[in-house]
Ligand binder design. Sequence first.
Ligand SMILES: [Zn+2]
Ligand SMILES: [Zn+2]
Length: 396
Amino acid sequence: MTASPAPSARPAPPDLAELVATRRDLHAHPELGFQEHRTAALVAERLRGLGYDVRTGVGRTGVVGVLRGGAAGGGRTVLLRADMDALPIQEAGEAPYRSTAPGVMHACGHDAHVAIGLAVARRLAAARAEWRGTVKFAFQPAEESGDGAEAMIADGALAAPSVDAAFGLHVINSLPVGAISATSGPIMGSVDNFTIRIRGKGGHAAMPQDAVDPVLAAAQVVTALQSLVSRAADPFDHLVVSVTRVAAGTASNVIPDDAELEGTVRSLGGRIYADVAERLTRIATGVAAALGCTAAVDYRRWTPVTVNDEAMTALVARVAGALVGPANVRTDARMLGGEDFSLFLQKVPGCFAWVGSANAARGLDAPHHSPRFDIDEAALPIGADLLERVAREYLR
Ligand SMILES: [Zn+2]
Ligand SMILES: [Zn+2]
């Protein structure tokens, strides 16, 4: 790696204290998806105070804020999205700003996204005379359940004014603070979920000849489903099949009537994405049938693959390079976690960037969704700089 400015060497922006204070306030008051009432009220009040045209209740608890630039010419509208929801996790960290809501925690960093979004909104309002076009902020509920983006879009978040491009970011503890990832093409997985109900015939555990064992069938279905990854998918495609819940039985001496499996399928698209529902169903029903059972498969498409537009990603990578040094910009990072910003990117070109937030030396590198998750807040001004400059660059 070539030498590049460490984030601590960058001059602190004047709004650093506010960024940190907002993030900590939200962190202490986390709210689950579609229950972001306090967060949405805070967002709406700030945006109104800055002169934004604000619409609340968009997709239930979402907030949209619109501001037109003061410079002449240019009719483009850029959407900047920040998700607001927390997770049903009891925080284990001891930070003074730890969650005050029992069993609820900002364990994914969406508190940082809201703080960054509000800082960018303030900066763009203050510099309104310098830019043209329109900025539209979407403060989104319920990202974790994959429902919020759909709800906001259905409620007109991309219309009036219609949006030409969309950008969003996620703080990420798999990258050190000071690094930014802007990768073109498919970057995050499709999310499909399935439930398989296997029906056999219950009986005495010591007399299996008089029963049809659904537990044995379920075990073989679990094993056979991994052949999707090793045999059905093109080795150059990406596929994960995880069976995450296995349920059957009530006692050690009883063969139960039924067994139930639940799990998830992730991919980066391609032919396997089109085929996988049918193939998974065939394996489950076929294996169950071979053992005398029946299987009913409920296969649900959830969020699609997150696909970054090439030109929009090049813009983000260029801005990121100017911000943290080209050596600290990753253009090859992907993961099979899901992200419902994918639904915005299905409608308009854009880019979803990752802003490194880990600091292992300070113990701030627990993974997302961990009860010990926390970030290096030096990521906040980096995220704000990135989003602000990307918006201004796009509208130029
Ligand atoms: Zn998450
Ligand atoms: Zn998240």
